[in-house]
Design a binder for this molecule. Structure first.
Ligand SMILES: O=C(O)C(=O)C[C@]1(C(=O)O)C=C[C@@H](O)C=C1
Length: 369
């Protein structure tokens, strides 16, 4: 039998040919994508002229993403399809109208990450120094929308956001669930040299066990509270013996190295953010409605108040109580239900809730994401 000996040079040539063929195919596909993308952008611009204002339509974007995830043939994961098409819609939207999004800053916070996750990168972001300021900027029209944290899976509700929702004329236009990964960040990676750690109190408690187990030489007093994770990263960037517990983005902004990754005690640690704006969002087909209400303080009151939800088969995904501040031991209840306020069943249940409550405010209906 004849033997074929292929030289290394021939193998290289074969590989180069194969690479070239595959890259030619990618070039051809990219040309098609470019044509299709330009056609898509042109259509979005036409839609923008018809709509004449309010370019952002959360319900439509949710429908686009849901449809594409259902069609997704792979190998890209649905999560990647969502990222890709969020950017495409962000670009298309920018041709209709420039958008400014206010978030709880400074640059590098999880709120900024949440804002970019929902709106994509083709927006102007406005870092605010408090949750109050995010509300103020949107109420004053300086920003079209705002992004505020509302609850964390480990730490519970963000009280300030709830208190402000009670009084604001703004609507809840969307929700963003962001997996929160905390890292130990510093200018250098020798843990033994770290003498103090900066972080936001919430982040400290999310990483409590890891810090105790991995930095036993550091007493609790060496944990210094910062106004935000990004601020913690800024402080650690000025001191070789300091570290910060913060997200990856904050480390990048301030030039820190990751000493230890994903140090949160609960790997499913997630923060839920709300998008606030002036818009009443139309139904997407899979929605949530947030409301806040109060009842007179007497035995069984909350049970009676919520009865219409059970009677109409409406699912409640969240119930949170807050002191009302109006009088001692009076509470308001923040409730999330599944469905849109314009759905017939939901409208009926809401009407009955309104009749039974001392006060009821619908904060908004928006796509459940
Ligand atoms: O359908 C619209 O209303 C559009 O403006 C188009 C489009 C898109 O790119 O698909 C862009 C912005 C909206 O938020 C929703 C969707």
């Amino acid at each position: 039998m004849p033997e074929f000996i292929i030289s290394r040079r021939q193998i290289n040539r074969l590989m180069i040919n194969q690479l070239k063929q595959l890259r030619d195919k990618i070039d051809a596909i990219d040309s098609e994508l470019l044509k299709l993308m330009s056609a898509r952008a042109g259509l979005a611009r036409e839609i923008g002229q018809i709509k004449n204002g309010m370019a952002y339509r959360p319900e439509r974007e949710a429908q686009v993403l849901t449809r594409l995830c259902a069609l997704n043939p792979g190998p890209l994961a649905n999560e990647h399809i969502v990222r890709l098409f969020t950017e495409i819609m962000s670009l298309c939207r920018s041709l209709e109208e420039p958008m400014t999004i206010a978030y709880l800053g400074p640059q590098g916070t999880f709120s900024e990450e949440a804002a970019l996750k929902r709106f994509g990168g083709v927006v102007t972001t406005l870092a605010c120094n408090s949750i109050d300021d995010v509300f103020r900027k949107v109420e004053a029209g300086v920003a079209g929308y705002g992004v505020v944290p509302v609850e964390n899976s480990t730490e519970g509700a963000v009280g300030r956001s709830l208190d402000l929702l009670l009084h604001t004329p703004l609507k809840v236009c969307g929700e963003i669930k962001l997996p929160i990964h905390q890292h130990l960040l510093a200018l250098q990676t020798d843990l033994a040299r770290i003498k103090k750690i900066y972080s936001h109190p919430q982040s400290f408690s999310q990483c409590h066990e890891w810090l105790n187990a991995n930095l036993p030489h550091l007493p609790e007093v060496a944990r210094i509270n910062a106004a935000s994770n990004a601020d913690a990263a800024r402080l650690a960037a000025g001191d070789e013996t300091a570290a910060a517990v913060a997200g990856k983005k904050a480390g990048e902004v301030f030039g820190l190295t990751i000493c230890a990754e994903n140090i949160e005690d609960d790997p499913n640690n997630t923060t839920r953010f709300l998008v606030i704006g002036t818009q009443e969002v139309a139904a997407s087909g899979k929605d949530k409605t947030s409301l806040v209400m109060s009842v007179k303080n007497r035995p069984g009151a909350i049970h009676e108040l919520l009865a219409p939800l059970a009677e109409h088969g409406v699912s409640m995904s969240r119930l949170e109580s807050r002191p009302s501040r109006a009088s001692l031991w009076e509470y308001v209840f923040f409730v999330d239900i599944e469905g849109h306020q314009q759905d017939a069943t939901i409208a009926k249940a809401l009407q009955e809730l309104r009749e039974r409550s001392a006060f009821l405010k619908i904060l908004g209906s928006y796509p459940a994401m």
